[in-house]
Every structure is written in C-alpha cells, then in structure tokens.
Design a protein around this ligand. Structure first.
Ligand code: GMT
Length: 380
C-alpha cells in the first residue's frame, strides 16, 4: 500500500514509534511517505520505499504565529494526489488529526477520492494538551472524524472516553519494540568505564519534561546509593536537565552520575544497566520502559497511566505510587541486593517485552490498513 505518515520528527516517543513503524512497513514492501517539518530523527537508513516530504512554513511579517497546520494540510493534499496515497496514518492528534481531516475534504472536492485517515493517540495529546479548552472542540471533532482511532494503551483509551465526547470505537494497539535490536551483549569496556568497581548501574531516559519527575529519579538514586554501590546514567535532554544537574551537585552525587544527552544508540547504554527508573506523573504507555525491558533491564516505575500494562509489578520490576520515594527506594534496594532475584527479573522483563515485539504489533496496523485497501493495492 501507499501510506502517508504524519508525526513529530523529534526524540519524543510518538515520533520514534511512528518512524519505526514506517521503517518496518517499508521493509515489508509498502511505500511509506513521511510528511513532517524536519527529517524524523530515527529515519537514518536508506530504503527505496521510504519518501520524506518536508512541510515548509513560509515566514511572513504579518504572522506572529506561522500557520503550520495549513501548511501541513496543503502538503498532505499535494502528496496524496501526487503519489496516489491509499491512506494517512497520523500520530499525535494535535494538530495532525485536524490537518488530515482538512486534507481529506480538499482531496474529495478536488479529485473525488476518499482518503481514509487513522489517528493514533499517544498520550499528552489527550491527557494534557488536548483536553485544554483552547483545543478541545477541534480535538474532539477531528478524532470523531478519523476513519480509525487507535490508542497506545487501555488506560489512554479510557482517558480519551473520559475527557472527550468520542462516538466511535477506539482500538488499543500497544507500543512496540524491535527486541532484536535491544537484545545486545554488554560492551565490557563501556561497563568498565561507567562502573569501574563493578557497581550496579541504574538508568533513566526521557525528554526531561516536568511529567517525568526527574527530581524523583535523583532522590530514589540517592536513597538506593546509601545501601548499594551504584551509578546513575541519565540519557536524554530537555527543560528540567539544568535543574537536575544542580540537584545532583547539591546532593554530592556528581561523581556517581553521568549525563549522556540524547542518544541514538540507547541500546548500547541499556545493555550494561541493571535497573531502569521511570517515576513519571503520567505515561500513556512508557516506551522507554519497554525498550529497557527488551534489553533485559527490569523497571522501577510509578503506577501512573498505562505503566501497569507494561511493567508487571513483582515480575518485570516494581510499581510505586507517584512520588513515593520511600517505597521506590525500598524496592530498588531489594532488587539490586539480591543477585538471584535480579537475574530472574532481568529474564522476566525480557520475556514480557517479547509480547510487544515489532513483529507482533506491526501486523495489527497492517490489518487496520487493509480495511481501506483499494482494488489495486495488493499489486503494490
Ligand atoms: O513522553 C513524552 O513526553 C513523549 C510523548 C510523545 O508524545 O512523543 O510520549 C508519549 O507517547 C509514547 C509513544 O506512544 C508513550 O510511550 C509515552 O508514554 C507517552 N508519554 C506520555 O504519556 C507522557
């Protein structure tokens, strides 16, 4: 099929997922067109089935706010007609679902073709930004106009029905991970460099937004470190990072914490780690936790949002109430002090991650697409 994918091209989970989906679809022989304002960060490989179309927003002195959504809709119309796309799959509702609806209507009027669009809800488009009254009417409308709606967890599906007047069925399609990519042997020289005395290695990876509660990461680490020799690796970047570096300095933890910034090869870092921390206020799913599990790293996470659907308490790691540093630290110490238990949790985390392997989830999206297959699309 010929599929248009719209997403945020940055390091966020929704963009990563959309890009990995597009790459997997291209490998399976579909023609995939990414339509975004810059090249998606994970779109590094060459594949003849992958096309990238940049959405340009011309500057004009009259505009204090350049109208990105109009530029996106117009680019969508152009790509749909020029490449005869079968459908659009938009990731993150704002403003992608309304732009897709607008493009669909224009194409209908121009060439009398109905181009379906699938909207995948990822999290903050529903739980934070979307339900704000500034956007809510448009978000509700464009979700309802989507031909298929998917959400990345049961929790996000429930939240969507709770916060918006949605008249259609929402299908849960979980995040996925390429387990083969993350199931790596540890690179001994790297391990030796970050934990020279065989310390346990704790890791956190995120975009350092407020919702991630990176201060809790520091607090939990400080408590665990009182009982277990350990190091903390911080992967990613974002608004809370400067404050986080300050807290670490103030707590006297500087020599035991390393910041790696944004990492394309996060699997190399995860391969040497023993525990992943994710104390978020909310996660619709928690893709970063799944990636850790695929790398044999158990997860110590809050029980917010969809996290309990991914991190199984007492099996793949432990859950704690948001902000409960004491419980989180207790569980971290328990796990890192018992070699046999840690080994068991590492294996269980990996086993559970297999359920979310790319080869299990991508066919679910293909099945959704096949509903919209035109007469000629099997020949692609
Ligand atoms: O976590 C973020 O801040 C990024 C955000 C995004 O929209 O890119 O991630 C969301 O989508 C991911 C992929 O579906 C989910 O795994 C994350 O849990 C979700 N983040 C939140 O709900 C906060």
């Amino acid at each position: 099929m010929r599929i248009g994918i719209v997403c945020y091209p940055t390091f966020g989970g929704s963009g990563v997922l959309a890009t990995e989906l597009g790459k997997a679809l291209a490998q399976k022989g579909h023609q995939v067109h990414f339509i975004t304002y810059s090249q998606p960060v994970r779109l590094l490989e060459f594949n003849a089935n992958i096309f990238y179309h940049e959405v340009r927003v011309p500057e004009y002195p009259l505009f204090d706010y350049p109208p990105y959504e109009l530029a996106l809709s117009s680019t969508l119309v152009d790509v749909i007609i020029r490449y005869d796309l079968d459908l659009l799959h938009v990731h993150y509702a704002i403003p992608h679902a309304s732009a897709a609806y607008m493009a669909k209507k224009i194409v209908q009027e121009k060439i009398n073709r109905n181009v379906p669009f699938i909207t995948t809800l990822h999290g903050t488009d529903i739980t934070l930004v979307g339900k704000d009254e500034t956007y809510e009417p448009v978000v509700t409308f464009s979700i309802n106009k989507s031909d298929t709606i998917t959400a990345v967890s049961q929790n996000l599906k429930d939240e969507t029905y709770k916060n918006f007047d949605i008249k259609k069925e929402i299908q849960v399609v979980y995040n996925f991970v390429d387990v083969k990519r993350f199931n790596k042997k540890p690179f001994d020289a790297f391990k030796q460099a970050v934990a020279p005395n065989g310390e346990k290695i704790i890791v956190h990876a995120s975009n350092f937004r407020k919702v991630k509660r990176v201060q809790d990461v520091v607090k939990i680490f400080a408590e665990i470190r009182k009982k277990v020799d350990c190091k903390l690796l911080m992967v990613g970047d974002g608004p809370e990072r400067p404050k986080c570096e300050e807290w670490i300095k103030n707590e006297g933890l500087k020599n035991d914490v390393r910041f790696f910034g944004r990492q394309e090869q996060i699997e190399e870092v995860l391969a040497v780690c023993d525990l992943f921390l994710l104390p978020s206020d909310y996660e619709s799913f928690g893709l970063a936790a799944l990636e850790a599990m695929a790398a044999h790293v158990p997860v110590l996470s809050s029980n917010a949002g969809g996290l309990p659907e991914v991190n199984i308490d007492g099996v793949t790691g432990f859950l704690f109430n948001v902000g409960d540093i004491e419980e989180a630290s207790r569980r971290g110490i328990e796990l890192l002090s018992d070699e046999a238990m840690l080994e068991q949790f590492k294996n269980q985390a990996y086993e559970h991650a297999l359920k979310f392997d790319i080869h299990n989830i991508v066919p679910i999206y293909e099945k959704i697409y096949s509903k919209y297959c035109r007469m000629d699309c099997d020949e692609q």
